[in-house]
Design a protein around this ligand. Structure first.
Ligand code: ATP
Length: 273
């Protein structure tokens, strides 16, 4: 697989209507859409368009979805990479991937670069590590900083990065001209959950007794990804029982199943419990 293919830009069909709840975060990223679509308007007045925006929040809350929607709304290519993909055993590979990604993105500007799990490369340097053991990761982080400093604010490339651990990030990443903006993408409240259910119930054939508001009250603490999972599990349970439509019993069984899955995951993370 060639490196060029690795960063083949995707054209997004995701738009803001696919992202439910998250009203504040959406409002903030709407500005980024305008930066991408009408950059001249800003630069003509001498404004500096931000290069990097950090999306901060727990897993499954829609950070990736939101980044894709920004690209979709602006109608620009979307280059995506996970922080962990940069980290390789071989010296120099991570840094070379960063350079390659930026080179390709600049050619396709205006565009979005999305870096998921930026903490995998962006942990603060030289802390809590054996001397020398993290050289490769630090090289990768350094090359990311160099690339971000190396293009102008009028280049049309905006980098969105996601993390659920902003506390471990190297402060150099957050300096002016790098990821100097943060948007929080939190778990949904009851109204947010209702909105997310409405989106994910849409493709499902539901019985008359299925009510998104009731489902939202039954799922406190769930992130969007878990709610999407509930809808899918409910459909599978109903189909398995040869039902003509997915009813409330199926959703309750699905909620139990998703809670069971979450409990298992938590046990693995914290075995002392
Ligand atoms: P991670 O930090 O684990 O990468 P994330 O915050 O990037 O998670 P996504 O990958 O965007 O989360 O969410 C996973 C899936 O969950 C989405 O593709 C979507 O189906 C659903 N989802 C999450 N949040 C929302 C939301 N606010 N509205 C609609 N669907 C959502």
């Amino acid at each position: 697989k060639s490196k060029a293919q690795m960063f083949e830009p995707n054209h997004m069909k995701v738009t803001f209507k696919d992202v439910a709840g998250l009203d504040e975060a959406k409002e903030e990223v709407e500005e980024i859409v305008d930066f991408l679509k009408n950059s001249k308007k800003y630069t003509d007045l001498g404004g500096k368009i931000p290069k990097g925006v950090l999306l901060v929040g727990p897993p499954g809350t829609g950070k990736t979805l939101l980044a894709k929607a920004v690209a979709g709304e602006a109608g620009v290519p979307f280059f995506s990479m996970s922080g962990s993909d940069f980290v390789e055993m071989f010296v120099g590979v991570g840094a070379a991937r960063v350079r390659d990604l930026f080179k390709q993105a600049k050619e396709k500007a205006p565009c979005i670069i999305f870096i998921d799990e930026i903490d995998a490369i962006g942990r603060s340097r030289g802390k809590g590590s054996m001397p020398g053991s993290n050289d490769e990761r630090e090289n990768t982080l350094n090359s990311l900083l160099v690339e971000m400093d190396g293009f102008g604010t009028d280049s049309g490339v905006i980098i969105l990065a996601a993390t659920n651990r902003p506390d471990v990030l190297d402060s150099a990443l957050m300096r002016a001209g790098r990821f100097d903006r943060q948007i929080s993408v939190d778990k949904p409240d009851i109204n947010g959950r209702e909105q997310i259910f409405k989106v994910h119930l849409n493709p499902i054939k539901v019985a008359d007794n299925v009510n998104p508001k009731e489902l939202a009250t039954q799922t406190p603490g769930f992130a969007g990804a878990e709610l999407a999972n509930v809808c899918n599990e409910a459909a599978l349970i109903a189909a398995r029982n040869n039902k003509p439509a997915v009813d409330m019993d199926d959703f309750m069984a699905a909620i139990d199943r998703v809670i069971g899955g979450l409990e298992k995951k938590n046990k693995i993370i914290s075995p002392e419990e």
